[in-house]
Design a protein around this ligand. Sequence first.
Ligand code: FAD
Length: 289
Amino acid sequence: MKIAELFGKGRPVFSCEVFPPKKDTPIDSIYETLDGLKDIRPDFISVTYGAGGSSNVNHSTQEIASIIKNKYHIPAMAHLTCVACTKGEATEVLAGLKANGVENVLALRGDRSPDYPPKTDFLHASDLVSFIHRRGDFGVSAACYPEGHPESPDLVSDIRHLKEKVDAGAQHLVSQLFFDNDDFLRFVERCRIAGINVPIEAGIMPVLKKSSIERMVSMCGASLPRKLTRILAKYGDHPEAMREAGLAYAIDQITDLMAAGVDGIHLYTMNNPEVAKYISSSISTLRTL
Ligand code: FAD
Protein backbone atom coordinates (compact mmCIF):
# COMPACT_ATOMS: atom_id res chain seq x y z
CA MET A 1 0.00 0.00 0.00
CA LYS A 2 1.35 3.41 -0.98
CA ILE A 3 1.11 5.92 1.92
CA ALA A 4 -0.72 8.56 -0.15
CA GLU A 5 -3.61 6.07 -0.62
CA LEU A 6 -4.26 6.10 3.15
CA PHE A 7 -5.53 9.69 3.10
CA GLY A 8 -8.95 11.05 2.19
CA LYS A 9 -10.87 8.25 3.93
CA GLY A 10 -12.80 10.55 6.27
CA ARG A 11 -10.50 10.16 9.28
CA PRO A 12 -7.00 11.38 10.13
CA VAL A 13 -4.08 9.05 9.40
CA PHE A 14 -2.16 8.06 12.52
CA SER A 15 1.41 6.89 11.99
CA CYS A 16 4.53 6.24 14.06
CA GLU A 17 8.29 6.62 13.64
CA VAL A 18 10.89 4.24 15.04
CA PHE A 19 14.68 4.24 14.78
CA PRO A 20 17.04 1.28 14.37
CA PRO A 21 18.57 0.09 17.66
CA LYS A 22 21.97 1.61 18.41
CA LYS A 23 25.09 -0.28 17.25
CA ASP A 24 25.72 -1.97 20.60
CA THR A 25 22.09 -3.17 20.90
CA PRO A 26 20.93 -6.28 19.02
CA ILE A 27 18.49 -5.61 16.19
CA ASP A 28 16.06 -8.01 17.90
CA SER A 29 15.33 -5.34 20.53
CA ILE A 30 13.15 -3.64 17.92
CA TYR A 31 10.60 -6.46 18.31
CA GLU A 32 9.67 -5.18 21.76
CA THR A 33 8.90 -1.77 20.27
CA LEU A 34 6.97 -3.17 17.31
CA ASP A 35 5.01 -5.65 19.47
CA GLY A 36 3.76 -2.66 21.46
CA LEU A 37 3.07 -0.48 18.43
CA LYS A 38 1.09 -3.14 16.58
CA ASP A 39 -1.57 -3.00 19.34
CA ILE A 40 -2.35 0.62 18.51
CA ARG A 41 -2.85 -0.19 14.82
CA PRO A 42 -0.86 2.63 13.23
CA ASP A 43 -1.68 3.28 9.57
CA PHE A 44 2.03 2.98 8.81
CA ILE A 45 5.38 2.95 10.58
CA SER A 46 8.45 4.77 9.32
CA VAL A 47 12.05 3.82 10.09
CA THR A 48 14.80 6.44 10.27
CA TYR A 49 18.12 6.28 8.43
CA GLY A 50 21.20 6.83 10.63
CA ALA A 51 22.55 10.37 10.47
CA GLY A 52 25.54 10.52 8.15
CA GLY A 53 24.86 7.00 6.96
CA SER A 54 26.70 4.40 8.99
CA SER A 55 26.26 1.26 6.87
CA ASN A 56 25.62 -0.87 9.95
CA VAL A 57 22.72 1.30 11.02
CA ASN A 58 21.30 1.66 7.54
CA HIS A 59 21.18 -2.02 6.74
CA SER A 60 18.91 -2.21 9.75
CA THR A 61 16.64 0.48 8.31
CA GLN A 62 15.88 -1.85 5.40
CA GLU A 63 15.68 -4.88 7.64
CA ILE A 64 13.29 -3.25 10.11
CA ALA A 65 11.08 -1.83 7.35
CA SER A 66 10.87 -5.35 5.94
CA ILE A 67 9.96 -6.80 9.37
CA ILE A 68 7.20 -4.17 9.79
CA LYS A 69 5.78 -5.04 6.39
CA ASN A 70 6.16 -8.82 6.39
CA LYS A 71 5.93 -9.87 10.03
CA TYR A 72 3.54 -7.22 11.38
CA HIS A 73 1.65 -6.62 8.12
CA ILE A 74 1.72 -2.85 8.64
CA PRO A 75 2.66 -0.57 5.73
CA ALA A 76 6.28 0.54 6.18
CA MET A 77 8.16 3.63 5.06
CA ALA A 78 11.98 3.53 4.95
CA HIS A 79 13.87 6.81 5.31
CA LEU A 80 16.77 7.38 2.88
CA THR A 81 19.18 10.31 2.79
CA CYS A 82 21.22 12.13 0.12
CA VAL A 83 24.24 12.59 2.40
CA ALA A 84 24.55 8.83 2.88
CA CYS A 85 23.99 7.54 -0.66
CA THR A 86 25.58 7.65 -4.05
CA LYS A 87 23.25 6.88 -6.97
CA GLY A 88 24.61 3.33 -6.98
CA GLU A 89 23.98 2.85 -3.27
CA ALA A 90 20.48 4.30 -3.53
CA THR A 91 19.74 1.90 -6.39
CA GLU A 92 20.92 -0.99 -4.24
CA VAL A 93 18.84 0.08 -1.22
CA LEU A 94 15.74 0.55 -3.38
CA ALA A 95 16.21 -2.89 -4.96
CA GLY A 96 16.43 -4.41 -1.47
CA LEU A 97 13.30 -2.60 -0.31
CA LYS A 98 11.39 -3.65 -3.42
CA ALA A 99 12.47 -7.29 -3.03
CA ASN A 100 11.03 -7.19 0.50
CA GLY A 101 7.75 -5.59 -0.50
CA VAL A 102 8.47 -2.20 1.14
CA GLU A 103 6.65 0.30 -1.06
CA ASN A 104 7.35 3.67 0.56
CA VAL A 105 10.41 5.85 1.00
CA LEU A 106 10.84 9.15 2.87
CA ALA A 107 13.46 10.95 0.77
CA LEU A 108 15.63 13.33 2.80
CA ARG A 109 18.79 15.30 2.38
CA GLY A 110 19.92 14.17 5.82
CA ASP A 111 21.97 15.96 8.41
CA ARG A 112 25.70 16.22 7.90
CA SER A 113 27.79 14.39 10.45
CA PRO A 114 31.46 15.19 11.19
CA ASP A 115 32.08 11.42 11.26
CA TYR A 116 30.92 10.74 7.68
CA PRO A 117 31.74 13.04 4.75
CA PRO A 118 28.52 13.65 2.78
CA LYS A 119 28.01 11.91 -0.58
CA THR A 120 27.32 14.41 -3.35
CA ASP A 121 25.34 12.61 -6.09
CA PHE A 122 22.13 14.12 -4.66
CA LEU A 123 22.49 17.65 -3.29
CA HIS A 124 18.92 18.36 -2.20
CA ALA A 125 16.12 16.07 -1.12
CA SER A 126 14.28 17.05 -4.33
CA ASP A 127 17.05 15.29 -6.36
CA LEU A 128 16.49 12.06 -4.42
CA VAL A 129 12.70 12.42 -4.63
CA SER A 130 12.95 12.72 -8.40
CA PHE A 131 15.39 9.76 -8.65
CA ILE A 132 13.06 7.47 -6.66
CA HIS A 133 9.88 8.74 -8.31
CA ARG A 134 11.30 8.07 -11.80
CA ARG A 135 11.72 4.36 -10.93
CA GLY A 136 7.96 4.20 -10.51
CA ASP A 137 8.00 1.47 -7.82
CA PHE A 138 7.63 3.55 -4.68
CA GLY A 139 5.36 5.99 -2.93
CA VAL A 140 7.68 8.92 -2.19
CA SER A 141 7.32 11.18 0.84
CA ALA A 142 9.38 14.18 2.00
CA ALA A 143 9.97 16.29 5.10
CA CYS A 144 8.62 19.77 5.79
CA TYR A 145 9.25 22.40 8.45
CA PRO A 146 6.35 24.39 9.96
CA GLU A 147 8.75 26.97 11.43
CA GLY A 148 11.10 26.85 8.41
CA HIS A 149 14.21 24.68 8.00
CA PRO A 150 16.99 26.01 10.25
CA GLU A 151 19.30 26.67 7.23
CA SER A 152 16.62 28.48 5.29
CA PRO A 153 16.88 32.29 5.11
CA ASP A 154 13.08 32.65 5.26
CA LEU A 155 9.85 30.65 5.11
CA VAL A 156 9.07 31.81 1.57
CA SER A 157 12.19 30.22 0.03
CA ASP A 158 11.69 27.15 2.21
CA ILE A 159 8.14 26.70 0.89
CA ARG A 160 9.41 27.31 -2.66
CA HIS A 161 11.91 24.46 -2.22
CA LEU A 162 9.20 22.32 -0.66
CA LYS A 163 7.08 22.85 -3.78
CA GLU A 164 10.07 21.63 -5.83
CA LYS A 165 10.01 18.37 -3.84
CA VAL A 166 6.31 17.93 -4.49
CA ASP A 167 6.73 18.77 -8.18
CA ALA A 168 9.57 16.22 -8.30
CA GLY A 169 7.16 13.50 -7.12
CA ALA A 170 6.66 13.67 -3.33
CA GLN A 171 3.08 12.55 -2.71
CA HIS A 172 2.97 13.09 1.06
CA LEU A 173 4.79 15.28 3.59
CA VAL A 174 5.73 14.69 7.23
CA SER A 175 6.47 17.69 9.39
CA GLN A 176 9.30 18.40 11.76
CA LEU A 177 8.19 18.40 15.40
CA PHE A 178 6.64 21.61 16.69
CA PHE A 179 4.96 22.67 19.93
CA ASP A 180 2.66 25.46 18.83
CA ASN A 181 -0.24 24.22 16.71
CA ASP A 182 -0.81 27.66 15.22
CA ASP A 183 2.66 27.42 13.61
CA PHE A 184 1.60 24.19 11.90
CA LEU A 185 -1.87 25.34 10.85
CA ARG A 186 -0.51 28.61 9.39
CA PHE A 187 2.17 26.61 7.56
CA VAL A 188 -0.39 24.26 5.99
CA GLU A 189 -2.41 27.27 4.85
CA ARG A 190 0.70 28.79 3.21
CA CYS A 191 1.47 25.47 1.50
CA ARG A 192 -2.06 25.34 0.06
CA ILE A 193 -1.73 28.92 -1.21
CA ALA A 194 1.59 27.91 -2.82
CA GLY A 195 -0.15 25.05 -4.64
CA ILE A 196 1.20 22.25 -2.43
CA ASN A 197 -1.84 20.02 -2.28
CA VAL A 198 -0.48 16.68 -1.01
CA PRO A 199 -1.39 15.40 2.48
CA ILE A 200 0.71 16.97 5.26
CA GLU A 201 1.11 15.00 8.49
CA ALA A 202 1.87 16.82 11.75
CA GLY A 203 4.96 15.46 13.51
CA ILE A 204 4.37 15.20 17.26
CA MET A 205 7.10 14.50 19.80
CA PRO A 206 5.92 13.90 23.37
CA VAL A 207 8.38 15.61 25.70
CA LEU A 208 8.85 13.64 28.86
CA LYS A 209 12.16 15.06 30.13
CA LYS A 210 13.50 18.59 30.46
CA SER A 211 16.92 17.52 29.10
CA SER A 212 15.45 15.95 25.95
CA ILE A 213 13.35 19.01 25.13
CA GLU A 214 16.43 21.23 25.49
CA ARG A 215 18.41 18.93 23.16
CA MET A 216 15.60 18.80 20.57
CA VAL A 217 15.10 22.53 20.53
CA SER A 218 18.82 23.14 20.01
CA MET A 219 18.91 20.53 17.20
CA CYS A 220 15.85 21.49 15.19
CA GLY A 221 15.17 25.07 16.27
CA ALA A 222 11.53 24.47 17.33
CA SER A 223 10.23 27.33 19.44
CA LEU A 224 8.69 26.79 22.86
CA PRO A 225 5.31 28.42 23.50
CA ARG A 226 4.69 30.02 26.87
CA LYS A 227 2.39 27.17 27.91
CA LEU A 228 5.29 24.71 27.56
CA THR A 229 7.95 26.93 29.18
CA ARG A 230 5.62 27.25 32.21
CA ILE A 231 5.38 23.45 32.40
CA LEU A 232 9.18 23.12 32.16
CA ALA A 233 9.72 25.76 34.83
CA LYS A 234 7.30 24.13 37.26
CA TYR A 235 7.85 20.40 36.59
CA GLY A 236 11.19 20.16 34.73
CA ASP A 237 13.09 18.98 37.81
CA HIS A 238 10.42 16.46 38.89
CA PRO A 239 10.70 13.50 36.47
CA GLU A 240 7.30 11.91 37.24
CA ALA A 241 5.43 15.21 37.09
CA MET A 242 7.29 16.21 33.90
CA ARG A 243 6.31 12.90 32.27
CA GLU A 244 2.64 13.40 33.19
CA ALA A 245 2.64 16.99 31.99
CA GLY A 246 4.49 16.11 28.76
CA LEU A 247 1.99 13.38 27.92
CA ALA A 248 -0.92 15.70 28.67
CA TYR A 249 0.67 18.37 26.43
CA ALA A 250 1.10 15.94 23.50
CA ILE A 251 -2.48 14.66 23.85
CA ASP A 252 -3.80 18.22 24.00
CA GLN A 253 -1.78 19.12 20.88
CA ILE A 254 -3.10 16.09 18.95
CA THR A 255 -6.69 16.70 20.06
CA ASP A 256 -6.54 20.29 18.85
CA LEU A 257 -4.91 19.31 15.53
CA MET A 258 -7.50 16.61 14.89
CA ALA A 259 -10.30 19.05 15.70
CA ALA A 260 -8.75 21.42 13.15
CA GLY A 261 -9.03 18.64 10.55
CA VAL A 262 -5.35 17.86 9.89
CA ASP A 263 -4.53 15.13 7.36
CA GLY A 264 -2.67 13.04 9.89
CA ILE A 265 -0.50 12.74 12.99
CA HIS A 266 2.99 11.24 12.82
CA LEU A 267 4.12 10.28 16.32
CA TYR A 268 7.85 10.31 17.03
CA THR A 269 7.77 7.32 19.38
CA MET A 270 11.48 7.31 20.37
CA ASN A 271 10.97 3.50 20.36
CA ASN A 272 8.82 3.82 23.48
CA PRO A 273 5.67 1.76 22.84
CA GLU A 274 4.18 2.48 26.27
CA VAL A 275 4.08 6.21 25.55
CA ALA A 276 2.60 5.60 22.08
CA LYS A 277 -0.04 3.27 23.57
CA TYR A 278 -0.98 5.76 26.27
CA ILE A 279 -1.40 8.54 23.74
CA SER A 280 -3.26 6.36 21.27
CA SER A 281 -5.71 5.10 23.90
CA SER A 282 -6.43 8.70 24.93
CA ILE A 283 -7.48 9.62 21.39
CA SER A 284 -8.96 6.32 20.20
CA THR A 285 -12.39 7.74 19.31
CA LEU A 286 -10.89 10.89 17.79
CA ARG A 287 -8.97 8.65 15.37
CA THR A 288 -12.24 7.39 13.92
CA LEU A 289 -13.79 10.81 13.16
P1 FAD B 1 15.94 19.57 1.77
O1 FAD B 1 14.54 19.48 1.32
O2 FAD B 1 17.02 19.35 0.73
O3 FAD B 1 16.13 21.02 2.42
C1 FAD B 1 17.27 21.34 3.22
C2 FAD B 1 17.54 22.85 3.12
O4 FAD B 1 17.95 23.17 1.78
C3 FAD B 1 16.31 23.72 3.38
O5 FAD B 1 16.74 24.89 4.01
C4 FAD B 1 15.77 24.01 1.98
O6 FAD B 1 15.02 25.21 1.94
C5 FAD B 1 17.08 24.12 1.18
N1 FAD B 1 16.92 23.75 -0.23
C6 FAD B 1 16.20 22.71 -0.73
N2 FAD B 1 16.33 22.69 -2.08
C7 FAD B 1 17.16 23.72 -2.41
C8 FAD B 1 17.68 24.22 -3.64
N3 FAD B 1 17.37 23.66 -4.83
N4 FAD B 1 18.52 25.29 -3.61
C9 FAD B 1 18.86 25.87 -2.43
N5 FAD B 1 18.37 25.44 -1.23
C10 FAD B 1 17.55 24.39 -1.24
N6 FAD B 1 17.76 12.91 9.01
C11 FAD B 1 18.46 11.73 8.90
O7 FAD B 1 19.69 11.75 8.78
N7 FAD B 1 17.80 10.52 8.91
C12 FAD B 1 16.45 10.43 9.01
O8 FAD B 1 15.88 9.32 9.01
C13 FAD B 1 15.68 11.64 9.12
N8 FAD B 1 14.32 11.61 9.20
C14 FAD B 1 13.61 12.79 9.22
C15 FAD B 1 12.21 12.75 9.24
C16 FAD B 1 11.47 13.94 9.26
C17 FAD B 1 9.97 13.87 9.25
C18 FAD B 1 12.14 15.21 9.29
C19 FAD B 1 11.36 16.48 9.35
C20 FAD B 1 13.54 15.25 9.28
C21 FAD B 1 14.28 14.06 9.24
N9 FAD B 1 15.68 14.06 9.20
C22 FAD B 1 16.41 12.89 9.11
C23 FAD B 1 16.43 15.33 9.28
C24 FAD B 1 16.64 15.96 7.88
O9 FAD B 1 17.47 15.12 7.11
C25 FAD B 1 17.28 17.32 8.09
O10 FAD B 1 16.34 18.20 8.64
C26 FAD B 1 17.99 17.96 6.92
O11 FAD B 1 18.69 19.09 7.42
C27 FAD B 1 17.07 18.44 5.79
O12 FAD B 1 16.51 17.41 5.11
P2 FAD B 1 15.39 17.71 3.97
O13 FAD B 1 15.08 16.42 3.37
O14 FAD B 1 14.30 18.53 4.51
O15 FAD B 1 16.29 18.60 2.96
